[in-house]
Design a binder for this molecule. Structure first.
Ligand SMILES: Nc1ncnc2c1ncn2[C@@H]1O[C@H](COP(=O)(O)OP(=O)(O)OP(=O)(O)O)[C@@H](O)[C@H]1O
Ligand SMILES: [Mg+2]
Length: 274
C-alpha cells in the first residue's frame, strides 16, 4: 500500500494536469504536536481556481494540514512543521512556514472557516465588516454594499437583514456558520480553506453553501475538508485522500471516486471504513 511505502499515487491523467496551475505547493511536509507526528512526508499540489477536497477518516491529519496552510497552528503550543509549504505566484514563491512571515496579511489572502462557527462577540454587521475595515479603505456605502453582498453569497442575508446590528452570538449555529463564511469572503481572499463547513448546517443551507463553493471557484481557490462523500463528489474538482497522516492518493475527483488506484481509497469512498 502506498501509504506504507511513503509513495503517493497520482490518479490524474497528465492531460488534465497540464491545465492546472499550482497555487499551493506542498513537498515532504512533516508536522508534529510535541512528540506526536501528525503528518508524514506529505506532497501535494493544490491547483488555482479549483476546489480541492480533503477526505479521510477522523484523525488522519486533514485539519492539521489545513491549519498549517494559514498558520493557525502558530497558536498551538508544541506544534511544529518541517518541509516545503509555499504559495506560488507568477512573481515568485512565498514560504508559508517562514518564521518571519507577515501572518496578518497572509490571512487576508488565505481565509479559513472552521467546523465550529466562531463569530466575534460583535454585531452581525461588524463581524462581516471586520476584515474590510482592517484591510480596505471603503466608504460607509461601499461597506454596506460589501456586507450585503457577502451575506447574500453565504445564503444568510434573508435571515439577518432586519437585525444587522444585533449580536452575532444570538444567531443559531447554522446561521453563525454562514455568517463566518460571509466574514471570510468579505475581504476577497485568494484562497478559502473550509474545515467541514457544513457539518452543523441543515440540508437547505448545505446546498446553498455548495452552490456558493461552485460559484466562487472561478475567482477563488478552495480547499474543503469533508466527511460527506456526496459533498466531495458534488462540489470538488480534485480530491486528496489521507490516512494516518499520509497522503494515499490524489487526483481528479471523478477518478478518485470511480477508479482510484489504491484499494484503501476505494474502500473509504465506498464507505467500507472510516
Ligand atoms: N492540538 C493538538 N495537540 C495534540 N495532538 C493533536 C492536536 N490536534 C490534533 N492532534 C492529533 O493529530 C492527529 C491529526 O488530527 P487532525 O485534527 O488533523 O485530524 P482530522 O483528519 O482533521 O480529523 P477529524 O476528521 O476528526 O477532524 C490526530 O491524531 C489528533 O489527535
Ligand atoms: Mg478535522
Amino acid at each position: 500500500m502506498s501509504s506504507d511505502t511513503g509513495t503517493t499515487a497520482q490518479a490524474d491523467s497528465s492531460a488534465n494536469d497540464d491545465a492546472d496551475q499550482t497555487l499551493i505547493s506542498i513537498r515532504d511536509l512533516d508536522a508534529w504536536y510535541g512528540d506526536f507526528q501528525a503528518l508524514h512526508g506529505l506532497s501535494l499540489e493544490i491547483p488555482k481556481n479549483k476546489v480541492t477536497a480533503f477526505i479521510g477518516p477522523s484523525g488522519c491529519g486533514k485539519s492539521t494540514l489545513l491549519k498549517w496552510i494559514n498558520r493557525m497552528n502558530d497558536l498551538v503550543p508544541g506544534a511544529t512543521a518541517r518541509g516545503r509549504l509555499s504559495l506560488i505566484h507568477d512573481d515568485g514563491e512565498t514560504n508559508l512556514l517562514h518564521p518571519g512571515l507577515d501572518v496578518v496579511s497572509m490571512r487576508r489572502q488565505i481565509g479559513i472557516v472552521f467546523q465550529k462557527p466562531n463569530p466575534f462577540p460583535k454585531s452581525i454587521y461588524d463581524n462581516v465588516a471586520f476584515g474590510p475595515r482592517l484591510h480596505m479603505r471603503t466608504t460607509k456605502a461601499e461597506l454596506d454594499e460589501l456586507v450585503e453582498w457577502a451575506l447574500k453569497k453565504a445564503a444568510v442575508w434573508d435571515e439577518v437583514k432586519d437585525r444587522l446590528h444585533a449580536p452575532a452570538m444570538g444567531l443559531s449555529g447554522g446561521q453563525q456558520q454562514r455568517l463566518c463564511i460571509a466574514r471570510a469572503i468579505a475581504v476577497g481572499p485568494e484562497i478559502l480553506l473550509m474545515d467541514e463547513p457544513c457539518s452543523a448546517l441543515d440540508p437547505g443551507s448545505t446546498l446553498a453553501i455548495e452552490d456558493l463553493i461552485f460559484e466562487l471557484r472561478s475567482q477563488y481557490t478552495i480547499v474543503i475538508v469533508t466527511h460527506n462523500m456526496q459533498q466531495a463528489s458534488r462540489c470538488s474538482d480534485k480530491t486528496a485522500f489521507f490516512f494516518e497522516g499520509k497522503l494515499v492518493e490524489s487526483g481528479d475527483t471523478e477518478l478518485i471516486f470511480t477508479n482510484p488506484q489504491e484499494k484503501r481509497t476505494d474502500d473509504y469512498v465506498r464507505g467500507r471504513f472510516g
